[in-house]
Ligand binder design. Structure first.
Ligand code: 6PG
Length: 224
């Protein structure tokens, strides 16, 4: 299965569309608690800042459990840390969550696997797209692409060396347990890879499947 699975929507206001999608998912959640996995990167940052703002009236953050889809193996206060990004752009702004589960490379993937196993299904996993076709920390030609289906979390590195730091990442199998996967893709430097994916290229992001996969794409990144 290659290409892009799910629905692709070109939007004028990407952070706004992301925030609304997350708010709608929260409103229609199937249990009292809502399970949300965050990503890293510059697109994620503006999306979370917007969600904090737009969701203020409609999301009860005390009903939200926050996870991460991937992490860079750096200290938690390092500017490259995805945990730090999620805290600054979202958690510190909304002031509360029911529980927060950062990935810790020191603890290793097994601890996170257990935590995810307790949940069963996540409501929303947010993902980004790298210009090389990676998503989460699933890089082209990297070992985590071939993780066993029972493995939900893996340590990984980018064999090309372009994306720095060792990583921890959800596997395809973990991502496929999401009720909704939302990709956000912004900027002209993503247009080529998105064009390739829509054309059927076999790149990591194109292998993502879940109950529902929604690609939110801004006009600069949209394939012509
Ligand atoms: C990470 C990510 C990664 C990211 C994409 C897009 O930790 O780097 O989770 O998969 O989402 O690289 O990032 P940008 O929005 O910065 O292009």
């Amino acid at each position: 299965m290659h290409g892009v699975h799910g629905e692709l929507k070109v939007v004028d206001d990407l952070p706004g569309a992301f925030a609304q999608t997350a708010i709608d998912a929260f409103s229609s959640r199937s249990e009292e608690l809502f399970y949300l996995a965050l990503s890293g990167g510059s697109t994620a940052r503006v999306c979370y800042e917007r969600l904090a703002e737009d969701g203020a009236a409609s999301v009860d953050w005390l009903s939200v459990n926050v996870y991460w889809g991937d992490e860079r193996c750096v200290p938690a206060d390092d500017p490259d840390s995805n945990q730090l990004l999620g805290r600054q752009a979202l958690l510190e702004r909304v002031g509360a969550a029911n529980a927060v589960f950062p990935m810790s490379c020191e603890e290793g993937p097994d601890a996170y696997q257990l935590r995810l196993g307790e949940v069963g299904r996540l409501d929303v996993i947010h993902l980004g797209l790298g210009a090389d076709g990676h998503t989460a920390s699933l890089f082209p030609d990297s070992p985590a692409l071939d993780a066993d289906p029972g493995q939900l979390v893996a340590l990984n590195t980018d064999p090309s060396g372009r994306n720095p730091h060792p990583r921890m990442t959800l596997t395809y199998s973990a991502i496929s347990r999401a009720r909704l996967v939302v990709f956000t893709v912004a900027g002209e430097d993503k247009r080529q890879v998105l064009t390739d994916l829509v054309g059927g290229a076999d790149l990591p992001a194109g292998r993502v499947v879940a109950d529902r996969v929604l690609w939110l794409v801004d006009r600069d990144a949209a394939p012509r």
